[in-house]
Design a protein around this ligand. Structure first.
Ligand code: FE2
Ligand code: FE2
Length: 265
Protein backbone atom coordinates (compact mmCIF):
# COMPACT_ATOMS: atom_id res chain seq x y z
CA UNK A 1 0.00 0.00 0.00
CA UNK A 2 1.29 3.41 -0.98
CA UNK A 3 -0.36 6.27 0.91
CA UNK A 4 -0.30 9.75 -0.59
CA UNK A 5 -1.45 12.74 1.49
CA UNK A 6 -2.40 15.85 -0.44
CA UNK A 7 -3.54 19.38 0.32
CA UNK A 8 -3.70 22.65 -1.55
CA UNK A 9 -4.30 26.32 -0.97
CA UNK A 10 -2.74 26.55 2.46
CA UNK A 11 -2.41 30.34 2.02
CA UNK A 12 -0.01 30.52 4.94
CA UNK A 13 0.86 33.79 6.67
CA UNK A 14 3.12 34.09 9.69
CA UNK A 15 0.14 34.24 12.06
CA UNK A 16 -1.52 31.12 10.62
CA UNK A 17 1.57 28.94 10.31
CA UNK A 18 1.50 27.43 13.84
CA UNK A 19 -2.08 26.18 13.37
CA UNK A 20 -1.08 24.51 10.12
CA UNK A 21 1.87 22.91 11.86
CA UNK A 22 -0.51 21.36 14.41
CA UNK A 23 -2.76 20.06 11.66
CA UNK A 24 0.16 18.42 9.86
CA UNK A 25 1.86 17.05 12.96
CA UNK A 26 0.68 13.44 12.46
CA UNK A 27 0.70 13.27 8.66
CA UNK A 28 3.91 11.23 8.72
CA UNK A 29 2.04 8.44 10.53
CA UNK A 30 -0.75 8.39 7.98
CA UNK A 31 1.02 8.75 4.65
CA UNK A 32 4.29 8.04 2.85
CA UNK A 33 4.49 11.37 1.06
CA UNK A 34 2.75 14.76 1.30
CA UNK A 35 1.86 16.66 -1.85
CA UNK A 36 1.02 20.38 -1.73
CA UNK A 37 -0.88 21.67 -4.76
CA UNK A 38 0.12 25.33 -4.75
CA UNK A 39 -0.95 28.56 -3.06
CA UNK A 40 1.38 27.77 -0.23
CA UNK A 41 1.47 31.43 0.79
CA UNK A 42 -1.22 34.02 1.32
CA UNK A 43 0.21 36.70 -0.93
CA UNK A 44 3.59 35.54 -2.22
CA UNK A 45 5.76 37.16 0.47
CA UNK A 46 9.02 35.48 1.35
CA UNK A 47 8.28 35.78 5.09
CA UNK A 48 5.13 33.74 4.52
CA UNK A 49 7.17 31.02 2.88
CA UNK A 50 9.65 31.17 5.74
CA UNK A 51 6.82 30.65 8.25
CA UNK A 52 5.56 27.65 6.25
CA UNK A 53 9.07 26.22 5.94
CA UNK A 54 9.38 26.35 9.73
CA UNK A 55 6.35 24.09 10.07
CA UNK A 56 7.36 21.67 7.28
CA UNK A 57 10.93 21.30 8.47
CA UNK A 58 10.14 18.78 11.19
CA UNK A 59 7.80 16.49 9.24
CA UNK A 60 8.88 12.86 9.04
CA UNK A 61 7.83 12.28 5.42
CA UNK A 62 8.95 13.70 2.06
CA UNK A 63 7.06 16.82 0.95
CA UNK A 64 6.55 17.68 -2.73
CA UNK A 65 4.99 20.98 -3.82
CA UNK A 66 4.21 23.19 -6.79
CA UNK A 67 3.65 26.93 -6.53
CA UNK A 68 0.32 28.62 -7.19
CA UNK A 69 -0.74 32.04 -8.41
CA UNK A 70 -0.65 33.46 -4.86
CA UNK A 71 2.99 32.39 -4.59
CA UNK A 72 3.70 34.46 -7.71
CA UNK A 73 1.84 37.55 -6.51
CA UNK A 74 4.90 39.13 -4.86
CA UNK A 75 7.00 38.53 -8.00
CA UNK A 76 9.44 36.44 -5.96
CA UNK A 77 8.52 32.84 -6.82
CA UNK A 78 12.13 31.68 -7.07
CA UNK A 79 12.91 32.95 -3.58
CA UNK A 80 9.82 31.29 -2.19
CA UNK A 81 10.81 27.99 -3.83
CA UNK A 82 14.34 28.33 -2.46
CA UNK A 83 13.12 28.90 1.11
CA UNK A 84 11.14 25.67 0.89
CA UNK A 85 13.92 23.72 -0.79
CA UNK A 86 16.21 24.75 2.05
CA UNK A 87 14.09 22.67 4.44
CA UNK A 88 13.97 19.69 2.09
CA UNK A 89 10.72 20.33 0.20
CA UNK A 90 10.79 19.26 -3.45
CA UNK A 91 9.39 22.25 -5.34
CA UNK A 92 8.62 21.15 -8.89
CA UNK A 93 8.05 23.15 -12.08
CA UNK A 94 8.30 21.00 -15.17
CA UNK A 95 10.40 18.40 -13.40
CA UNK A 96 9.94 15.25 -11.35
CA UNK A 97 10.88 13.47 -8.17
CA UNK A 98 10.79 9.75 -7.39
CA UNK A 99 10.35 8.64 -3.79
CA UNK A 100 10.78 5.06 -2.60
CA UNK A 101 8.30 3.98 0.07
CA UNK A 102 7.80 0.60 1.78
CA UNK A 103 4.87 -0.10 -0.58
CA UNK A 104 6.64 0.89 -3.79
CA UNK A 105 7.89 3.97 -5.56
CA UNK A 106 5.92 7.20 -6.05
CA UNK A 107 6.83 9.46 -8.93
CA UNK A 108 5.55 13.02 -9.07
CA UNK A 109 5.63 15.36 -12.07
CA UNK A 110 4.75 18.92 -11.14
CA UNK A 111 3.79 22.19 -12.81
CA UNK A 112 1.82 25.23 -11.75
CA UNK A 113 -0.35 25.04 -14.85
CA UNK A 114 -2.52 27.99 -15.90
CA UNK A 115 -5.96 28.94 -17.21
CA UNK A 116 -7.61 29.21 -20.60
CA UNK A 117 -10.77 27.18 -20.20
CA UNK A 118 -12.08 23.89 -21.41
CA UNK A 119 -12.93 22.19 -24.68
CA UNK A 120 -15.63 24.09 -26.50
CA UNK A 121 -15.25 27.14 -24.24
CA UNK A 122 -11.58 28.02 -24.23
CA UNK A 123 -9.32 30.89 -25.16
CA UNK A 124 -7.13 30.73 -28.25
CA UNK A 125 -3.65 31.98 -29.11
CA UNK A 126 -5.14 34.70 -31.31
CA UNK A 127 -5.49 38.48 -31.34
CA UNK A 128 -3.79 40.80 -28.91
CA UNK A 129 -0.29 40.00 -27.64
CA UNK A 130 -1.69 39.70 -24.10
CA UNK A 131 -4.18 37.03 -25.18
CA UNK A 132 -1.55 35.13 -27.13
CA UNK A 133 0.81 35.27 -24.15
CA UNK A 134 -1.92 33.99 -21.82
CA UNK A 135 -2.68 30.89 -23.85
CA UNK A 136 0.96 30.36 -24.82
CA UNK A 137 1.86 30.15 -21.12
CA UNK A 138 -0.75 27.42 -20.62
CA UNK A 139 0.53 25.52 -23.65
CA UNK A 140 4.11 25.74 -22.42
CA UNK A 141 3.26 24.53 -18.92
CA UNK A 142 1.14 21.69 -20.35
CA UNK A 143 4.00 20.64 -22.64
CA UNK A 144 6.40 20.76 -19.70
CA UNK A 145 4.08 18.53 -17.70
CA UNK A 146 3.76 16.05 -20.55
CA UNK A 147 7.53 15.85 -21.02
CA UNK A 148 8.07 15.40 -17.29
CA UNK A 149 5.49 12.61 -17.11
CA UNK A 150 7.03 10.85 -20.12
CA UNK A 151 10.33 10.68 -18.28
CA UNK A 152 8.83 9.46 -15.01
CA UNK A 153 9.33 5.82 -14.10
CA UNK A 154 7.68 4.74 -10.83
CA UNK A 155 5.10 2.28 -9.49
CA UNK A 156 2.63 5.11 -8.96
CA UNK A 157 2.82 8.18 -11.21
CA UNK A 158 1.14 11.40 -10.09
CA UNK A 159 0.66 14.70 -11.89
CA UNK A 160 0.72 17.56 -9.36
CA UNK A 161 -0.50 21.00 -10.41
CA UNK A 162 -2.24 24.10 -9.06
CA UNK A 163 -4.73 24.86 -11.84
CA UNK A 164 -7.49 22.41 -12.74
CA UNK A 165 -7.27 20.08 -15.77
CA UNK A 166 -11.02 19.32 -15.94
CA UNK A 167 -14.35 21.07 -15.39
CA UNK A 168 -15.73 18.50 -12.97
CA UNK A 169 -13.60 19.58 -10.03
CA UNK A 170 -14.73 23.19 -10.61
CA UNK A 171 -18.38 22.41 -9.93
CA UNK A 172 -19.50 24.94 -7.32
CA UNK A 173 -17.49 27.77 -8.81
CA UNK A 174 -19.16 30.46 -10.98
CA UNK A 175 -19.16 29.29 -14.61
CA UNK A 176 -17.94 32.73 -15.68
CA UNK A 177 -14.51 32.21 -14.08
CA UNK A 178 -13.81 28.68 -15.33
CA UNK A 179 -11.25 30.00 -17.88
CA UNK A 180 -9.25 31.45 -14.98
CA UNK A 181 -9.36 28.23 -12.98
CA UNK A 182 -7.77 25.78 -15.38
CA UNK A 183 -7.29 24.38 -18.84
CA UNK A 184 -8.17 21.22 -20.75
CA UNK A 185 -4.63 21.32 -22.21
CA UNK A 186 -3.38 20.03 -18.86
CA UNK A 187 -5.72 17.02 -19.05
CA UNK A 188 -4.67 16.32 -22.63
CA UNK A 189 -1.04 16.30 -21.51
CA UNK A 190 -1.84 13.86 -18.71
CA UNK A 191 -3.79 11.57 -21.02
CA UNK A 192 -1.04 11.48 -23.65
CA UNK A 193 1.71 10.71 -21.13
CA UNK A 194 -0.33 8.63 -18.69
CA UNK A 195 -0.65 8.94 -14.92
CA UNK A 196 -2.37 7.20 -12.02
CA UNK A 197 -3.73 10.33 -10.38
CA UNK A 198 -3.92 14.11 -10.88
CA UNK A 199 -3.83 16.37 -7.82
CA UNK A 200 -4.70 20.08 -8.07
CA UNK A 201 -6.05 23.00 -6.05
CA UNK A 202 -6.95 26.64 -6.85
CA UNK A 203 -10.73 26.12 -7.12
CA UNK A 204 -11.66 26.98 -3.53
CA UNK A 205 -15.37 26.46 -4.12
CA UNK A 206 -15.03 23.49 -6.45
CA UNK A 207 -15.52 19.74 -5.97
CA UNK A 208 -13.08 17.02 -4.97
CA UNK A 209 -13.68 14.33 -7.59
CA UNK A 210 -13.14 14.37 -11.34
CA UNK A 211 -11.66 12.33 -14.17
CA UNK A 212 -9.81 13.24 -17.36
CA UNK A 213 -11.29 12.30 -20.75
CA UNK A 214 -8.70 9.49 -20.83
CA UNK A 215 -9.85 8.08 -17.50
CA UNK A 216 -7.28 9.38 -15.02
CA UNK A 217 -8.73 10.27 -11.63
CA UNK A 218 -8.50 13.95 -10.67
CA UNK A 219 -8.73 15.28 -7.11
CA UNK A 220 -9.13 18.93 -6.11
CA UNK A 221 -7.48 19.08 -2.69
CA UNK A 222 -7.97 22.76 -1.89
CA UNK A 223 -8.44 22.74 1.88
CA UNK A 224 -11.76 24.55 1.56
CA UNK A 225 -12.97 21.74 -0.71
CA UNK A 226 -11.77 18.73 1.27
CA UNK A 227 -12.63 20.49 4.54
CA UNK A 228 -9.72 18.99 6.38
CA UNK A 229 -6.00 19.62 6.53
CA UNK A 230 -5.29 16.96 3.90
CA UNK A 231 -6.75 13.91 2.20
CA UNK A 232 -4.98 10.57 1.93
CA UNK A 233 -5.23 8.46 -1.23
CA UNK A 234 -4.11 4.86 -1.25
CA UNK A 235 -2.80 2.62 -4.00
CA UNK A 236 -3.38 -1.06 -3.25
CA UNK A 237 -1.58 -2.50 -6.23
CA UNK A 238 0.98 -0.02 -7.48
CA UNK A 239 1.33 0.01 -11.23
CA UNK A 240 -1.84 -2.00 -11.79
CA UNK A 241 -3.85 0.79 -13.31
CA UNK A 242 -5.52 4.08 -12.71
CA UNK A 243 -7.74 3.26 -9.78
CA UNK A 244 -7.38 5.12 -6.52
CA UNK A 245 -9.39 5.11 -3.36
CA UNK A 246 -9.51 7.40 -0.41
CA UNK A 247 -8.26 5.16 2.34
CA UNK A 248 -8.22 7.51 5.20
CA UNK A 249 -9.92 10.76 5.52
CA UNK A 250 -7.45 12.34 7.86
CA UNK A 251 -9.46 14.01 10.54
CA UNK A 252 -6.73 16.42 11.53
CA UNK A 253 -7.92 19.92 11.09
CA UNK A 254 -11.44 18.89 10.15
CA UNK A 255 -13.58 21.97 10.23
CA UNK A 256 -10.64 24.31 9.90
CA UNK A 257 -11.71 25.39 6.46
CA UNK A 258 -13.55 28.68 6.42
CA UNK A 259 -17.26 28.18 5.86
CA UNK A 260 -17.08 30.83 3.18
CA UNK A 261 -14.00 30.24 1.02
CA UNK A 262 -11.94 33.27 0.00
CA UNK A 263 -13.15 34.82 -3.22
CA UNK A 264 -9.67 35.10 -4.70
CA UNK A 265 -8.25 31.73 -5.74
FE1 FE2 B 1 -4.76 29.74 -6.68
FE1 FE2 C 1 -5.84 29.41 -3.53
Amino acid sequence: MIRVAAAGDLHVAPDSAPALGEQLAAVGDKADVLLIAGDLTKSGRVEEATALAGELRGLSLPVVAVLGNHDHHGDRPNEIAEVLRDVGVWVLEGDTVRIDTPGGSVGVAGVKGFGGGFAGASGAEFGEPEMKAFIRHTKERSEALEAALHGLDADVRIALMHYAPVRETLQGEPLEIFPFLGSYLLAEAVDRAGADLVIHGHAHRGSEHGVTPGGVNVRNVAQTVIRRAYSVYGFEQPGSGRGTATIGAATDGRGIAPTRPPADR
